[in-house]
Design a protein around this ligand. Structure first.
Ligand code: TMP
Ligand code: ASP
Length: 238
């Protein structure tokens, strides 16, 4: 697989074209960002940790019948993925109240959410990823009703698979964000699944093991990500 030119650089990953028009290389950098890019730092080993972690999770999701853009891991920090047309809508499921939900509704952090909530956000840093809904997505052409139905079903299926997987490692999947795209007419899961885009708490102590450690300046960010991986039996290559 020949790496060609950089297609775009996001806040934590860069994407490159290859000699195959259907495939891209996703490079996980050590760059860490939060609050729509307002807080930034480079954290050693993060690119490798998230690349290896994401490869493990995407394989589990594929095994469970969830179509993803993931093809294979190429190196410590690079993976091969399908080239999709991205849908600029972020899907969030929450099993436990935290983050923006707590701020918005004034509910207590840690409250169990039954049934889990499902929210949509527009992927737009300049506007700080505003919350949207299906009507707005349809009217402004961000996604069709059929695509939204499929995204919601897949996001709940991911919850079913991953809640169980993390529970086996004594972790609570508090919430997470997924992004989807279109490949050959089908809605498939894109982006990444790593502790950067979800909240994970120790099931017993409720210690935070995700990017909230970075957002809140708690320290031990990558050590926590590595502990999450260790509990799932992931062997990191660094
Ligand atoms: P929130 O509490 O800030 O709305 O985030 C909910 C979950 O989704 C949390 O695990 C972080 C993740 N998320 C992102 O990673 N990026 C985003 O742009 C958004 C809106 C959420
Ligand atoms: N909105 C997410 C966060 O606050 C992602 C980001 O802005 O980088 O971490």
């Amino acid at each position: 697989m020949e790496k060609r030119q950089e297609l775009y650089a996001g806040k934590a990953k860069s994407v490159y074209t290859t000699d195959d028009p259907d495939l891209l290389i996703m490079h996980f950098r050590d760059d860490t960002s939060a609050f729509d890019g307002k807080k930034k730092e480079s954290l050693a080993r993060k690119g490798c940790v998230n690349n290896v972690f994401n490869a493990f999770i995407m394989a589990r999701l594929e095994d469970a019948g969830i179509p993803t853009h993931f093809e294979k891991r190429l190196s410590d920090t690079e993976s091969l993925v399908k080239r999709m047309d991205m849908i600029p809508v972020e899907c969030v499921i929450r099993n436990v109240a935290a983050g923006s939900l707590v701020k918005r509704l004034g509910v207590e952090e840690g409250m169990a959410l039954t049934p889990p909530t499902f929210e949509l956000f527009l992927k737009n840093d300049e506007k700080s990823d505003p919350m949207i809904n299906e009507s707005l997505a349809e009217t402004f052409g961000w996604a069709t009703p059929e695509q939204l139905t499929r995204m919601k079903a897949l996001t709940f299926k991911v919850n079913h698979v991953l809640k169980q997987l993390f529970a086996e490692g004594d972790m609570l999947l508090v919430d997470y964000k997924l992004e989807f795209g279109i490949f050959k007419g089908q809605v498939i899961l894109g982006d990444e699944f790593s502790p950067d885009g979800c909240r994970l708490w120790d099931a017993n102590t409720r210690e935070k093991m995700d990017k909230d450690r970075f957002r809140q300046g708690l320290g031990g960010v990558i050590e926590a990500y590595e502990e999450v991986g260790r509990r799932l039996g992931i062997q990191f290559t660094h």
